[in-house]
Ligand binder design. Structure first.
Ligand code: ZN
Length: 58
């Protein structure tokens, strides 16, 4: 489940299409949601790891 950036519903994408509003949701649309709980996407986990490793440098 992800939060659709277009309709803000919790949806399961079907072929990258939100079934609620029929908009295409690309991974880059979800980057701003990295700090939410929707970490079931592999890309989000990767982004989180990158951010955490950057924090370690500080
Ligand atoms: Zn939607």
């Amino acid at each position: 489940m992800i939060e659709c950036p277009w309709c803000n519903n919790q949806v399961q994408l079907v072929n990258d299409i939100c079934p609620e509003c029929k908009h295409e949701v690309l991974p880059e649309h979800l980057i701003t949601s990295t700090f939410t709980d929707h970490t079931d996407e592999g890309n989000n986990k990767l982004n989180l790891k990158l951010i955490i490793s950057k924090c370690d440098d500080l």
